[in-house]
Design a protein around this ligand. Structure first.
Ligand code: 13P
Length: 253
């Protein structure tokens, strides 16, 4: 069991219209009333953020965005600035999700710029990293993660990372029903915490929350959360249903 306060986030990806997102958020707020042993965040699509914020603003549920563009404003058709995200009520922003790396050309360099922009605007980044199946089979997992962390966080100070959350999402476990075993995930989380300690010192390594993501469900969360370096989860599919997501949040070890 981790020493840090658990953080469980729902990444709603490109699911739910605005009314659907509002409906699920209302249910979640009702079910989670009074919860304070876990930090809970949901990340609806951009178009639903402001409406969902109205639903969650007096509750313990927080919201985040799924991406941002680093410029303050300008002629960047289709992009969303950090200020726009903050003004929609967000405190968090997911950055570098593998689906963005895979389908939208995100690189470690663009991820670095996005993390910088988030921090500058007081948004806590949920920085996603993870290896593909091919990379794992080639026993390249630790090299890949080392590179993603070093490039993604290049030029930051320990203070910059105070509110950052790290999310380890093995690409082969996302949406596939294949979860990393708790032992496999713990091994990687330990590696990541050691790496953070080498780069940024003991204080940040001790306080940073490292989430696991990839086919998390009510049935496997307890076992994952029993590990000392797993501080929470980034949940996709199972976060779309309020009751199922609450079943994850109310995990028992
Ligand atoms: P699933 O929980 O659907 O596997 O998705 C994980 C994920 O990508 C969360 O960001």
């Amino acid at each position: 069991m981790s020493k840090r306060k658990p953080f469980i986030a729902g990444n709603w990806k490109m699911y739910k219209t605005c009314p659907e997102a509002v409906e699920t958020a209302k249910k979640l707020v009702r079910i989670l009333h009074g919860i304070d042993h876990v930090d809970v965040m949901i990340a609806p699509s951009f178009t639903a953020l402001a409406s969902v914020y109205e639903v969650i603003k007096d509750s313990s549920v927080m919201i985040g965005a799924q991406n941002l563009f680093w410029e303050k404003e300008g002629a960047y058709t289709g992009e969303i600035s950090p200020g726009m995200i903050v003004s929609s009520g967000c405190r968090y922003v997911i950055i570098g999700h593998s689906e963005r790396r895979q389908y939208f050309g995100e690189t470690d360099l663009s991820v670095n710029k996005k993390i910088r922009a988030a921090i500058k605007n007081s948004l806590a980044p949920v920085f996603c990293i993870g290896e593909t199946e091919k990379e794992r089979d080639a026993e390249d997992t630790f090299n890949i993660l080392d590179k993603q962390i070093k490039m993604g966080l290049e030029g930051f100070s320990p203070d910059d990372l105070q509110h950052m959350i790290l999310a380890y999402e093995p690409v082969w476990a996302i949406g596939t029903g294949k979860t990393a075993t708790s032992v496999q995930a713990q091994e990687v989380h330990r590696f990541l915490r050691n790496l953070i300690e080498n780069l940024f010192g003991k204080r940040i390594a001790g306080s940073i929350r490292i989430l696991y993501g990839g086919s998390v469900k009510p049935e496997n969360i307890g076992e994952l959360m029993s590990m000392p370096d797993i501080d929470g989860a980034l949940v996709g599919g199972a976060s779309l249903d309020a009751e199922k997501f609450a079943g994850i949040i109310n995990f028992k070890i």
